[in-house]
Design a protein around this ligand. Structure first.
Ligand code: ZN
Length: 85
């Protein structure tokens, strides 16, 4: 299946980041880092990936539950992850 999105991550595969929304196979453009305070400790972060079309849906889903969240471009995700650890 050809997606044909204008993504280029150097030698990284273009589809390394795929939208987390069920049934969506689009390339993710944003990452939502979030935490459920009831089950995750302070330093735990879950990461959902979202394409342009689903960013709002996914973010609203979490925001409606009062989960702390931050939206970052996938291009910044690797940097942040690498520097965290
Ligand atoms: Zn999507």
């Amino acid at each position: 299946m050809s997606i044909g999105l204008p993504l280029a991550f150097g030698e990284e595969p273009a589809m390394r980041f795929t939208c987390s929304r069920a049934g969506c196979a689009d390339a993710a453009t944003s990452a939502i880092r979030w935490r459920n305070p009831k089950i995750h400790s302070e330093d735990r972060r879950k990461t959902w990936l979202a394409c342009d079309a689903h960013l709002e849906v996914l973010r609203d889903f979490l925001a409606a539950r009062d989960f702390p969240l931050a939206v970052v471009p996938v291009s910044e995700l690797d940097d942040a992850e690498d520097r965290d650890r």
